[in-house]
Ligand binder design. Structure first.
Ligand SMILES: [Zn+2]
Length: 880
């Protein structure tokens, strides 16, 4: 906690570290409330450093120094200085030397879940980004890569399992005591943020994997006892990930063991520590009775993501935290490709774009906007953002689109060959793309350094006489905080000219000739493209596959949008045309200019898609969902009344449900569960369509819909069906909803992951007094402020999943969340600041809401000992 105003750290201030650490020997005497850590470090002056004989300044916080020995000699307190966040030794040798540091810490009291803590009785660590300094004094920055040996000693009975990074070397009993020990070696140099230790009474499942060069790797998943039978899906996903990385990127696993541990208290989703991934247990545990289809898909993707980090993040890490998107953007891109290869590429692309629009676009459009590679931060934990992750992945995807599949693979091979074992920068990564392809990517690089979502305006004109189609594109990025002036970006745009029969016409670009790849590149602010020999008037299909993360401002007539919705050969743009139309119709309803004929035409187009047996169920389900309330608010841009947005969107859904009554009923009839639950893509798609239909049926004919949902809930024998029925009920304020929620709680009172789902359902319940429900639930015995999953389910679930409730005009939603942020900041600042980002879009709202939000932000800022984390987020939003 700081009392002075926290100061930002700048990318331009990066300097090579004055000392390097070659090896680290750690010895842990594990006790829940007083763990002793002995660290033996081999240091030497860094030849790349520009400062000679610099004092040695080690990072450290919330640990107690016991002793310090330099080259065998005990240092006296006069020879060093211990500060609140550092340990400084003024004089150290100009040649290699060893330093032995003994410290103690209190894992049981660590509610911030950063460093060494206890979760469910298990010792566990989280070191990214700056948690290792809470374990020992260290040069805690990613460009210090060392080899680690870890020895752990603990009570044999209560802590039988002792795990760390790398390969196990030895273990045994400590004679004459109740304690035992284990030693682990990691042969690969790594930064301190990838250190991990897990120790406790854990159950495990084991398997093996044979790599492409024939090495056997032993795989383990460790869970709290009693959960062993819920790890099969995670294990299958792990093996699938290992196979895929060999096949697609030629990357083989490098240690003898790969272990995963699932713990109930975790700030993030999961962590890629070398050879010992630690997971939030909701992303490991699954069986049909407790996990939904979405859980199965998420588990598969997150296991893959953390595994893929072994090469993109661990073998090649980041030079500094400004380069975070180097590992995260690239690894998200890799996990997206993994899911696309395993499941439906079109459906995956659409759901990724939905996520981008729900999370990243609002960030880019508000006071928290920052480039994928930021240039300054106060607290790095605040930069694990959708921009760094999801927009970072979009940038990798655009490079693939620009240079092509083959050159991209060549570039990745070059990156691994050139930088293995190094802490790299985004520039070095892009240089590989450029060197392998021969393409100049200097203008493209601006994507990494410029914040804001570009909007691209397209104007097409067809001249029947000359058979020429002229397309004029213009790009623009609105100013973002600290970046008034914007540069034109290098934007790859997938394109199709769709003929009257629905087929794509040849693309004969003036001055270029026939395009081999249906792609144009917008590089100037305004640019015109002429296509020759266009036989008939085309309908423009632009940004196919969402080739660039931009907002397209096309001015297509409604008839053309309906045509694309029915005929575009690009599935993404088929869906996109439906979204644009849906958005237009909600906006019309909001403004009171809705035309019944337009709604009927839209419903008719949906009907055709539903009735088309060639279209898969997952795509149909996506077509039945209108753009979110957040997207509608962003499209309105200012003075938004969130109640009216909710009403307009639901009003359109009610009208569509009436038009589609027969189709929805038919879907319901044919999508029942034919046998035991299976998480395969086709079954998942079928259930997704069933749930989308049910959600609409509840809107169309509430009485019948509620009865169907209740019957489905009662008969359900898998969690997907149970949750689908309940989610549909949450849309309407009715007594049946409360009964069902109570029944769900009673059924699953002993399953902590299902209690989280129950909290999340409550958070989404629509109707008046939503904030009062949330406030009451924070006092429920099942809610715990110290468990991030509970906070995310109830409070983040309310902020993100109930925009009308959170933005209630009387300010009740803001008040409840502000109270929670203040309370959480003293327990876990990372969780508190994440919750605070929920206020980021309040400048879009009407004045009564805006001022209610501002008052709550001011109340948070007035707190006397605010963390850096919350201060940075709240001050940026309040100051905008
Ligand atoms: Zn990651």
């Amino acid at each position: 906690m700081k009392t002075e105003t926290p100061q930002p750290i700048h990318l331009t201030d990066y300097r090579p570290v004055p000392y390097l650490i070659d090896s680290v020997d750690l010895d842990f005497q594990l006790h829940p409330d007083a763990t002793q850590v002995r660290a033996r470090l081999s240091l030497r002056p860094n030849p790349a450093s520009t400062t000679n004989n610099a004092p040695l300044v080690l990072d450290g916080e919330k640990i107690v120094l016991q002793s310090l020995v330099l080259d065998g000699a005990l240092l006296q307190p006069s020879q060093y200085r211990v500060g609140e966040q550092s340990l400084t030794i003024a004089n150290v040798p100009a040649a290699p030397f060893t330093l032995e540091i003994v410290t103690t810490c209190n894992p049981a009291a660590n509610t911030e879940l950063s460093g060494l803590y206890v979760s469910g009785g298990v010792f566990c660590t989280q070191c990214e980004a700056e948690g290792f300094r809470r374990i020992t004094y260290f040069l805690d920055r990613p460009d210090v890569m060392a080899r680690y040996t870890v020895r752990m000693e603990a009570e044999r009975a209560s802590v039988p399992v002792l795990l760390s990074n790398g390969n196990p070397r030895e273990d045994g009993l400590i004679g004459g005591t109740t304690r035992h020990y284990a030693v682990w070696d990691d042969p690969f140099p790594k930064p301190s943020y990838l250190f991990a230790l897990v120790a406790g009474d854990l159950g495990a499942v084991h398997d093996t994997f044979t790599t492409m060069s024939g090495r056997d790797v032993s795989l383990g998943i460790y869970v709290l006892k009693g959960n062993e039978d819920r790890c099969a899906w995670a294990m299958e996903s792990l093996k699938e990930s290992m196979r895929w990385d060999e096949r697609r990127f030629g990357r083989e696993y490098d240690l003898d063991v790969f272990n995963i541990v699932a713990v109930p208290d975790f700030n993030m989703g999961a962590m890629e520590n070398k050879g010992l991934n630690v997971f939030n247990d909701k992303y490991i545990l699954a069986n049909p009775e407790t996990a939904t289809d979405a859980d199965y898909v998420n588990i598969e993707a997150i296991i893959a993501h953390e595994y893929f980090h072994n090469w993109t993040g661990n073998r090649i890490t980041c030079r500094d935290w400004f380069q975070l998107c180097l590992k995260e953007g690239l690894t998200v891109f890799r996990d997206q490709e993994f899911t696309s290869d395993l499941r439906s590429r079109a459906v995956k692309r659409i759901s990724d774009v939905k996520t981008l629009r729900a999370r990243q676009f609002p960030e880019d459009n508000g006071p928290l906007a920052h480039p994928p590679r930021p240039s300054a931060y106060i607290e790095i934990n605040n930069f694990y953002t959708p921009t760094v992750y999801e927009k970072g992945a979009e940038i990798c995807r655009m490079m693939l689109t620009l240079i092509g599949e083959q050159a991209f693979r060549k570039a990745m091979d070059l990156y691994f060959a050139r930088h293995d074992g190094e802490a790299a920068s985004v520039e070095q990564f892009v240089a590989c793309m450029s060197d392998a392809s021969g393409r100049d990517l200097s203008q493209f690089f601006t994507w990494y350094t410029q914040a804001g979502t570009p909007s691209v305006t397209a104007e097409g004109h067809y001249d029947a006489a000359s058979k020429q189609y002229t397309l004029t594109l213009e790009q623009q990025v609105k100013p973002t905080p600290g970046q008034e002036q914007k540069q034109p970006l290098h934007i790859p745009l997938g394109i199709g000219l769709v003929g009257p029969d629905g087929a794509d016409m040849p693309l004969d670009l003036d001055g270029v000739g026939t395009l081999n790849t249906p792609l144009i590149e917008l590089r100037d602010q305004r640019q015109t493209f002429r296509f020759n020999n266009v036989a008939k008037r085309p309908v423009l299909s632009l940004n196919r596959g969402f080739s660039a993360p931009v907002k397209m401002e096309a001015t297509l007539a409604m008839a053309d949008e309906l045509f694309l919705m029915g005929h575009d050969s690009d599935s993404f743009n088929r869906w996109e045309a439906g979204q644009r139309l849906g958005r237009k119709l909600v906006l019309d309803a909001y403004r009171g200019t809705a035309a019944e004929a337009d709604v009927a035409a839209y419903a008719a187009a949906l009907k055709k898609i539903i009735d088309d047996p060639a279209v898969d169920d997952a795509f149909k389900a996506l077509m039945l969902v209108l753009p979110s309330e957040g997207e509608i608010a962003a499209a309105l841009g200012a003075e938004v009344d969130t109640d009216k947005v909710h009403g307009a969107r639901d009003g359109l859904r009610t009208a569509l449900a009436a038009h589609l009554d027969g189709e929805l009923g038919a879907i319901w009839q044919r999508t029942g569960e034919p046998g035991p639950y299976r998480p395969d893509p086709a079954s998942t798609a079928r259930r997704g369509l069933r749930q989308a239909a049910l959600a609409l049926m509840v809107m169309g004919n509430a009485k019948r819909g509620i009865a169907l949902a209740l019957a489905e809930f009662e008969a359900a024998h898998n969690m997907s069906a149970e949750m689908g029925a309940l989610a549909a009920l949450m849309q309407v304020d009715c007594p049946e909803r409360e009964t069902a929620l109570d029944r769900f709680h009673a059924r699953h009172a002993h399953e902590h992951l299902l209690i989280d789902k129950w909290l999340m359902l409550n958070a989404q319940a629509q109707g008046p007094n939503a904030a009062a429900r949330i406030e009451a639930l924070t006092r429920h015995p099942d809610f715990r402020w110290t468990t991030p999953n509970k906070v995310y389910a109830l409070l983040s679930g309310f902020v993100g999943g109930n925009p009308a409730g959170f933005n209630a005009e009387d300010g009740s939603g803001y008040r409840v969340i502000a109270d929670a942020i203040i309370r959480l900041d003293a327990i876990n600042p990372q969780v508190a600041s994440r919750l605070a980002t929920g206020f980021r879009s309040c400048k879009l709202l009407n004045s009564s809401r805006k001022s209610a939000a501002q008052a709550e932000l001011a109340r948070i800022l007035a707190e006397p000992s605010l963390s850096r984390d919350v201060f940075e987020i709240v001050s940026k939003i309040a100051g905008s």
